[in-house]
Each structure stands twice: as structure tokens, then as C-alpha cells.
Design a protein. Structure first.
Length: 133
């Protein structure tokens, strides 16, 4: 997932924008992007600020070279969280998250990262714990 996607995403449940991003693993891809700055029109997730609050042009080319492989998107309004697995944000509404295959992927994600980030996952799992269904 590219940071620029956060310029478009909102919580599927409460529609809050922008979402918070916690990156667990990312990679830089040495590609040359030729973009106008700012690339994003509303929210710069790379700098974690609304575009209108930026005092200098954002590093759009550097941002677009960064791929978030694993992380979590958090809605600061309702507290729901959505995993990013292999670069794909899984942003299912609550009803869909109960599906066995979706829950299984989320359980594996929690098992993989909750040991590395215990404080964050203690908070996230108090809102929604896929292991409890």
C-alpha cells in the first residue's frame, strides 16, 4: 500500500477521514516518479498532516517509492482497526469481518505482530479481537 492511498480512504463504518497509519514493515522501491507536488490533494500521510497545513512542498517522490507491506489503519473516531497484509489494506465492515476466512487472516496478523507491538495491540484488541469472533 502506498501512503498516497490514505488521501482517499475513510473508515468503512463511521466514514471518518483521515485514518491513522502504523507501519510495521515497509520497503523502498527505486522507481523514479515524476509527479507534481503535492501529489495528494487533502491529506499527506507520509508527513501525517493535512496538505493545507504543509509549509514546504512534501517529498512526494520519496513517498511514492515507499510501499507499506505490513501495518494497521486505525480510525481515531470509532477505534476500529484494519490490517495491512502484504501491502493490501483489509477494510471490511464489521459484518464481513466475521467471515471465517477473513477472521483467520486477521488472527494470523494479530499472532504475527502482537508480540512485537504489545501496547498497540492491547488497545486494538480491546475494540475488536478476531480471536474471539
Amino acid at each position: 500500500m502506498r501512503y498516497a492511498l490514505l488521501n482517499l480512504l475513510a473508515c468503512p463504518m463511521c466514514k471518518h477521514f483521515p485514518l491513522e497509519l502504523k507501519v510495521f514493515e515497509s520497503v523502498k522501491e527505486k522507481r523514479k516518479f515524476s509527479v507534481e507536488s503535492p501529489f495528494c490533494d487533502t491529506y499527506c500521510a507520509y508527513l501525517r498532516k493535512p496538505v493545507k497545513e504543509l509549509k514546504t512542498p512534501p517529498p512526494c517522490e520519496e513517498c511514492l517509492e515507499t510501499e507499506v507491506k505490513y501495518g494497521v489503519l486505525i480510525c481515531p473516531n470509532c477505534g476500529r482497526w484494519y490490517p495491512i497484509i502484504d501491502g493490501i489494506p483489509l477494510m471490511y465492515p464489521d459484518k464481513r469481518r466475521r467471515h471465517p476466512r477473513v477472521r483467520e487472516r486477521e488472527v494470523r496478523f494479530v499472532d504475527m505482530f502482537s508480540v512485537k507491538y504489545p501496547e498497540l495491540f492491547q488497545k486494538l484488541l480491546s475494540v475488536y479481537d478476531p480471536r474471539k469472533g
